[in-house]
Design a protein around this ligand. Structure first.
Ligand SMILES: Cc1cc2nc3c(=O)[nH]c(=O)nc-3n(C[C@H](O)[C@H](O)[C@H](O)COP(=O)(O)OP(=O)(O)OC[C@H]3O[C@@H](n4cnc5c(N)ncnc54)[C@H](O)[C@@H]3O)c2cc1C
Length: 586
């Protein structure tokens, strides 16, 4: 059977906010754009973003992009690249207005201007009073952004391949990336999409952990595709645990709940964040609040019969604020916990949330890898959104900065691709080897029979990651964790799809997602074990201090031989002075 082929100028893998913003830029420039998504586009995880998107509009408190930049650099624990951060913070206001014009119904104030709420780690005047910088459409901001971008893409004639699963990138002999092999989920038929450029916008890998806020589909496929194509992953040891997941279940209660005035209390009713972050209190950055919650529980001040969670107090806000500003969150609390936030305390505990690491890119979205002479761009390959590491979030992302990141860098990648297409007007001949390799990944799952099950392995991986690579880490725990993850990698070869009379293609997809998760798990634990310091979300009990002398550098993990390399943090911004590392207090 011959492999069916389709040809486009450009391929975008992923239809979240990052992919759709890039696709829109390209379609409006009259490029032929294919967007591939394993779920219907508006079911991408961006739809679940609640709290909002940061931009220094100064509608509620005095503000400017430079203060936003300072907060982001500090939030990143000085691991973020300052040129990319300056670029993002400067672009933020324009980006929000563009989205508004694309149809996003941002919440308003009495005077008609866009409403902004305070979020963690936001300050006025370089570390002064709390700022209110997060633009929101109530608590359904991601939903509004994703639907608007999807509609604009339909209008601009972007070609969608809905419910197609990307398997692997294809290249030519010289290393140009020329598209991907994808699988139509409904029929199980493979398809080769040829393109002069390919953008990975496949989102994060929250499904690595048992308790997480992410969608079931967030399995980091793009990260694993990059690894298999020889691209290293940057800063994978930094995984964000969000302080307020619904206890025992993991679903998110947005930081907006604290932004609107909610706060955390322990079993004695004490507002304990006053002890850990006297100035910012409950709106300290996420790594700080998550650690504080874990410590309260460890030291016996947790709530509930087992003392294993903390309470979020919202009842004092009153039904009006809850209904107007936090309607979806209030509904989640009622549905998943059966309690009423306008009367009851809400049980919460930190939950895995956001992949700070990812595919190394520059601020045009080009994928860059180190070579002897410096850095080199992989021709034809781009990445944007949560799967990319620009790096604007460094060791810890600030709330509201991811929606901003995906839209700003999705747009920037679109613009750079337009230039690339002008300079590379012809399709190149791809290597048959690389097509065959991708196809062999599909064929592997045609074998059926007795063996280990995908489900069991996925659950074991998630539990292992949670237990051995969670909020607090040590050499001993991580080494043991690495052993376990490598064992799972071995066992993967024994996995078989059960020989039922009918195997749905979704079972094959889940098997391939598990392969991807295992690769990313190994990358995460390996990078975490090597980093002997505590910075941002990476908290080593055996190395409790940040070590700028030895560790102010990005890690790069290669699949081949599980090799680690490092590269310097770009501390020089575009136009302003650098923010040198300081002690990080909130
Ligand atoms: C519950 C929740 C709330 C959040 N709230 C906020 C917030 O208030 N503010 C904020 O700034 N950030 C928030 N975040 C983070 C932010 O929403 C995400 O980081 C961001 O939306 C990711 O966008 P993306 O475009 O990179 O990827 P996603 O929106 O995750 O989209 C990924 C896309 O890739 C596709 N895909 C993946 N793998 C494949 C494959 N193999 N083949 C084909 N397609 C594939 C998927 O189908 C999907 O279309 C939140 C995150 C969560 C989980």
């Amino acid at each position: 059977m011959t492999l069916p082929k389709r040809k486009f100028d450009t391929l975008v893998i992923g239809a979240g906010g990052g992919g759709l913003r890039a696709a829109l830029q390209l379609a409006q420039a009259d490029a032929s754009v294919a967007v591939v998504s394993k779920v219907f586009p508006t079911r991408s995880h961006t739809v679940a973003a609640q709290g909002g998107m940061n931009a220094a509009l100064a509608n509620v408190s005095p503000d400017n992009w430079h203060w936003h930049m300072y907060d982001t650099v500090k939030g990143s624990d000085y691991l973020g690249d300052q040129d990319a951060i300056e670029y993002m913070c400067r672009a933020a206001a324009k980006t929000v207005i563009e989205l508004e014009h694309a149809g996003v119904p941002f919440s308003r104030m009495e005077n008609g201007s866009i409403y902004q709420r305070p979020f963690g780690g936001q300050s006025q005047n370089f570390g002064g009073d709390q700022a209110a910088r997060t633009c929101a459409a109530a608590d359904r901001t991601g939903h509004a952004i994703l639907h608007s971008l999807y509609q604009q893409n339909i209008r601009s004639k972007t070609h969608f391949f809905d419910e197609y699963f990307a398997i692997d990138l294809v290249k030519d002999e010289e290393g140009f990336v020329l598209g991907a092999v994808v699988l139509e989920i409904e029929t199980g038929e493979p398809l080769l999409i040829e393109a002069r450029t390919t953008l990975l916008a496949t989102g994060g890998a929250g499904q690595l952990f048992r308790t997480n806020t992410n969608a079931h589909i967030n399995t980091g496929d793009g990260l694993a595709m990059a690894l298999r194509a020889g691209v290293p992953l940057q800063d994978m040891e930094f995984f964000q645990f969000h302080p307020t997941g619904i206890a025992g279940k993991g679903m998110l209660i947005s930081e907006a709940a604290r932004g609107e005035g909610g706060y955390l209390v322990n079993k004695d009713g004490e507002r304990f964040m006053e002890r850990y972050a006297p100035h910012a209190k409950d709106l300290a950055s996420r790594d700080v609040v998550s650690r504080s919650i874990s410590i309260e529980v460890k030291e016996g001040r947790g709530c509930g019969p087992n003392g294993d969670y903390i309470h979020l107090k919202l009842d004092h806000l009153g039904p009006e604020v809850l209904d107007k500003r936090l309607p979806a969150i209030s509904e989640s609390i009622r549905t998943f916990l059966g309690v009423d936030p306008s009367k009851d305390l809400v049980p919460i505990y930190p939950t895995a949330h956001y992949t700070m690491g990812g595919i190394p890119t520059n601020k045009s979205g080009q994928v860059v890898v180190p070579v002897d002479t410096g850095e080199e761009v992989i021709p034809g390959l781009y990445a944007a959104g949560e799967c990319a590491c620009v790096s604007v979030h460094g060791a810890n992302r600030l709330g509201g900065n991811s929606l901003l990141d995906i839209v700003v860098f999705g747009r920037a990648a679109g613009n750079d691709i337009i230039e690339f297409l002008k300079e590379n007007p012809y399709h190149r001949r791809m290597s048959q080897d690389s097509v065959d390799q991708a196809l062999s990944r599909i064929a592997r799952w045609d074998q059926k029979g007795e063996g280990e099950s995908v489900d069991t392995l996925r659950r074991e991986l998630q539990t292992t990651m949670e237990e051995y690579c969670g909020v607090f880490r040590t050499e001993e725990i991580l080494s043991e964790g690495l052993g376990k993850v490598l064992e799972l990698e071995q066992r993967m070869s024994q996995v078989r799809l059960q020989d039922h009379s009918k195997i749905f293609n979704t079972a094959r997809i889940e098997a391939m997602e598990l392969e991807n998760l295992i690769d990313i798990g190994v990358a995460t634990v390996t990078s975490a074990l090597a980093r002997q310091e505590s910075r941002g979300a990476h908290s080593r009990v055996d190395y409790p201090k940040r070590d700028d002398v030895h560790w102010m550098k990005h890690s790069l993990y290669y699949k081949e031989n599980r090799r680690l390399d490092y590269k310097p943090v770009r501390t020089k911004p575009l136009t302003v002075e650098s923010f040198p590392p300081k002690d990080r207090v909130y």
